[in-house]
Design a binder for this molecule. Sequence first.
Ligand SMILES: [Mn+2]
Length: 245
Amino acid sequence: MDLPIYFISDIHLSLNLTDREKQRQKKLFDFFNEIKNTGGTLVINGDLFDFYFEYKNVIPKVFFKFYHELMKVRESGIEVHYVLGNHDFWVKDFITEQLFDKTYFSDTSFEVNNTKIYVTHGDGYLSWDRGYRALRKIIRSKLFINLYGMLHPRIGYAIGNFVSKKGGNYLHSAERNKKISDEMSIHAKKKIDQGFDYFISGHYHQAEDRKLNDGNMIILGDWLSFFTYAKYDGSEIKLHKWKEI
Ligand SMILES: [Mn+2]
């Protein structure tokens, strides 16, 4: 993987292309331009789309501008990797074969420059998320996906639009954030004790870089209110805030 490696997550591209959404996406595309200038690799760590379901022959047109901007990044020689999140798990070959260099259906890890990096979207980790883990098994099953795929796209996307938060607020109280971060750090510590240098998670819409024993847990924030990204320059991974333009 070429350096630097950029990590972002939780962009939640909306099904509704309002002026506000277009402005928000412009920030992302400015960030893409920066990556084109520096070279390197981009890892999108889940919840890129607020809702995504790929039919065998149909892809959502609302993300056309994004597809185009992403292809420009790749055509400039940047590899783009995509770790699927809980909002955008339902992909087929348009995502895996055409849009991204590599797509991961579960946690993954990279070793670059003797640095071991564990990457997870982060959903399903919390001890109190038992109900969600059961639901996740069902909605990721072949049967569910096949049945959902039989719905007319107009209906499939109407349901998606209903269940997605429509670009709403994902911010939580400081108290809840701390509880989540403490719990995630237990899982991160396990990986770090196994020899990983970094444990990188998305999903929780909070931005944090926490030192744990010989490594760090990084929670990536989001591109709704934080506009944060992590960057590995070959020696360390640091969390940054994208400059306002
Ligand atoms: Mn998520």
